[in-house]
Design a protein around this ligand. Structure first.
Ligand code: COA
Length: 159
């Protein structure tokens, strides 16, 4: 139903430019960052995650393409790498364009990524999701993902 089409260098750079404000907006909305510094902080996040940009070892940057008509319906970034003698599989990002949501594209993209990970020799695959993203959580739970760690927070009111 979908194929994963690797991004060129130029496409990766545009994807990064889309990701910077999306990440910043989410962190501001969650109250983690001040809007005045959010874009710069978001750029720093990605520089840390991807020190060699598209060539950062283990990373794959792909468009999700509807095989029926060749349209790009979304994008995904994921990692397949050997770490400490084991294959590490991790999905960093998935985005389906709003007009293509709830048509099974994310699920189909996961099928592809998981097949790649299995072929490489990984025995598990992970991802991170914010608790306040119910759509993504519902998708992951439906696909068989379960929590393996909890990050806990408590709001602090002024004295
Ligand atoms: C989350 C996201 C990737 C889902 O993509 P999608 O292509 O719409 O998902 P699918 O159509 O493959 O959904 C498969 C199943 O997941 C669940 N699901 C997906 N989105 C859901 C939503 N918004 N609310 C509730 N359940 C949802 C449903 O069980 C769905 O099956 P159904 O449509 O038969 O009920 C998409 O909404 C998105 O791009 N969101 C913005 C970016 C984002 O939050 N990414 C995740 C960051 S961690």
């Amino acid at each position: 139903m979908v194929r994963l089409e690797p991004m060129t260098e130029e496409e990766f750079r545009s994807a990064l430019e889309r990701a910077v404000p999306r990440n910043a907006e989410r962190r501001v909305r969650r109250g983690e960052w001040d809007p005045s510094e959010a874009i710069a902080a978001s750029r720093r996040d990605f520089t840390q995650l991807l020190p060699q940009g598209r060539a950062t070892p283990g990373f794959h940057f792909c468009f999700i393409v509807d095989e029926a008509d060749g349209r790009r319906v979304g994008e995904t970034w994921y990692q397949l790498d050997r770490k400490v003698g084991k294959w590490f599989a991790w999905i960093d990002w998935i985005w389906i364009e709003p007009e293509h949501r709830r048509r099974g594209f994310a699920r189909a993209a996961f099928d592809r990524i998981e097949a790649d990970a299995r072929r490489a020799g990984a025995d598990r695959i992970g991802l991170f999701v914010h608790a306040d993203n119910p759509g993504a959580r519902a998708l992951y739970e439906r696909l068989g993902y379960a929590p393996s760690a909890f990050r806990m927070e408590k709001p602090l009111s002024p004295d």
